[in-house]
Design a protein around this ligand. Structure first.
Ligand code: THU
Length: 137
């Protein structure tokens, strides 16, 4: 790690995964039958969760990360220090490409994600991201 990178946050991944699994039970996924739960640790220590919410108009499906960022804003805002996403069995699931972008918007410096290949940084799962910094000026 280079000295310019912020230190990785201390994360209780078991607790975060349990929160994601609990959220997964609230999923509305009658079309895909693929319930998803997501949980984020905020930079001020809160846990925020989300679940996927599908629609008869299939393309309108909200991923678990969509409802999570809504909950983040509704719960007082803040930034995401750590993130985990699970499937119906509680297994680690990668956020889809669109949702990596959603999470990127609200990342705390040094944000980490639980992935199928271990704990990785936001920059590793979405390198050279487009973001708010591109809209300056
Ligand atoms: N899904 C999520 O909720 N998050 C992801 O990052 C991947 C996919 C949901 C969308 C849909 O309801 C179901 O998984 C199957 O694609």
């Amino acid at each position: 790690m280079s000295s310019s990178e912020p230190p990785a946050p201390e994360v209780d991944w078991e607790t975060l995964t349990a929160a994601a699994t609990e959220a997964m039970r609230a999923a509305y996924a009658p079309y895909s039958r693929f319930p998803v739960g997501a949980a984020a640790l905020t930079d001020d220590g809160r846990i925020v969760t989300g679940c996927n919410v599908e629609n008869a108009s299939y393309g309108l499906t909200l991923c678990a990360e969509c409802t999570l960022v809504g909950q983040l804003r509704l719960g007082g805002g803040g930034r995401i220090a750590a993130f985990a996403c699970v499937d119906a069995a509680g297994g680690v699931l990668m956020p889809c490409g669109r949702c990596r972008q959603l999470l990127y918007e609200f990342r705390a410096p040094g944000m980490v994600l639980l992935t199928v290949s271990g704990v990785r940084t936001m920059d590793e799962v979405l390198p050279d991201a487009f973001g708010p910094q591109n809209l300056q000026n």
